[in-house]
Design a protein around this ligand. Structure first.
Ligand SMILES: *Cc1c(COP(=O)(O)O)cnc(C)c1O
Length: 387
């Protein structure tokens, strides 16, 4: 029998890192001591108190049954307490919060609740690929909003043509931003709220890096913006904040109608996350957040070491205030791809070519702060021999 994949799968964007992955694996096989700045996954384990809570929770038979897909009451209450303490938001755990199986799951599923075939979704580029892929699977059309350095990597909402605005249903945003590490200002968020109201567009804010911030900077919640609860929702994840990428847990918060739509899709697609994981996650959210402060210190030191290394070889790196990424302009004469290849072939350093996150990412590479500060110093030593 022959099987033909759906048009949906055929339309998926090509995976642009194939060649780089192949080269990296080859280098590792040859015995090269690769410094991998390509991975957006914390290398540090989950804090012990969260793991201990999980070990205890897993023995509790009441957690062994089907969970409800919107999450346990106690988890949603912990999320409400977290957003109250952190952002001053007063949210109802029953109607304005739902548990999600990591934010990727919810980002993928959300458009199915509000999109009809042919509807347009506004997606920043370079950006996290799932905004486009969720649009595609829901039968929508992506209209890309390029993020340029001269605009602080914020989308230019005034540049969107009228016919697109009429068909647009959803706008995706992500600040602190992956991959550019850019921040949103409260003024930008205010502009977004009035734009959304004017054109009847749902705002989806991906806040995966809200806690991963440096130099005392505190990232705002989009929902702190006056009027934001009328137009949008926000996706929070425990993955980066508590080094819990493998656990698959997060929560979405915001407008009741929007949360209700997401819950309806989810209750038909999944049966929620294991309640023992929710119990451990609730402990993380209710904790004094000192583990997050420690995490920030570690990444800040790594960032400083990497920036120093790059400056030491004549590059001009930015000093990111958030996320664990450094979005570096490649030297003159290079493309994203040629520079990433040079670093790998000549220095055994893996980074991600910026064009892999979308065309306007051309001319940049993304370096992740997921290796130790000692290794970051070695990046400088190796680059000195190459550049
Ligand atoms: C890591 C990441 C996520 C996914 O987080 P999970 O909760 O682990 O699914 C979402 N958005 C962005 C921008 C990310 O970098």
């Amino acid at each position: 029998m022959e099987f033909t994949q759906s048009d949906r799968l055929k339309k998926l964007p090509p995976y642009l890192f194939v060649e780089l992955d192949r080269k990296k694996n080859e280098a590792i096989k040859r015995g090269v001591d690769v410094i991998d700045l390509g991975i957006g996954d914390p290398d540090i384990p989950t804090p012990a108190f969260i793991v201990e809570k999980m070990m205890e929770a897993v023995k509790n038979p009441s957690y062994h049954r089907y969970p409800s897909s919107n999450g346990m009451q106690s988890f949603r209450e912990a999320a409400a307490t977290f957003v109250k303490r952190r952002f001053g938001l007063d949210l109802d755990p029953d109607t304005e919060i739902t548990a999600i199986i990591g934010s990727k799951e919810a980002i993928f599923h959300f458009p199915m609740a509000f999109l009809n075939p042919g509807d347009v979704v506004l997606v920043p580029t370079p950006g996290y690929p799932v905004y486009h892929i969720g649009t595609l699977f829901a039968g929508g059309q992506t209209y890309y909003l390029p993020l340029y350095e001269e605009n602080g990597f914020l989308p230019d909402l005034d540049s969107i043509p009228q016919d697109i605005l009429e068909r647009a249903k959803i706008l995706w945003l992500n600040y602190p931003n992956n991959p550019t590490a850019a921040l949103a200002t409260p003024e930008f968020f205010e502009r977004v709220v009035s734009f959304a109201k004017q054109h009847k567009i749902i705002v989806c804010h991906d806040a995966a890096y809200s806690e991963m911030t440096f130099d005392g900077y505190k990232a705002p919640s989009f929902l702190e913006t006056p009027g934001a609860m009328d137009v949008g929702l926000e996706f929070h994840s425990l993955s980066k904040t508590y080094n819990m990428t493998g656990w698959r847990i997060g929560f979405a918060v915001g407008n009741q109608e929007l949360i209700r739509g997401l819950k309806t899709v989810k209750s038909n697609a999944d049966s929620g996350q294991f309640e023992a994981i929710q119990a451990a996650a609730a402990t993380a959210l209710m904790s004094d957040q000192s583990c997050v402060e420690e995490m920030r210190k570690i990444y800040e030191e790594r960032r400083n070491a990497l920036v120093e290394s790059l400056k030491g070889v004549g590059l001009n790196p930015p000093m990111p205030k958030a996320t664990f990424y450094l979005w570096l302009k490649v030297p003159n004469g290079h493309t994203s791809q040629s520079f990433a290849s040079l670093l790998l072939d000549e220095a055994g350093i893996v980074c991600t070519p910026g064009n892999g996150f979308g065309d306007p990412g051309e001319g940049f590479v993304r370096m992740a702060l997921t290796v130790s500060k000692e290794r970051m110093k070695e990046v400088g030593d190796r680059l000195r021999k190459v550049l």
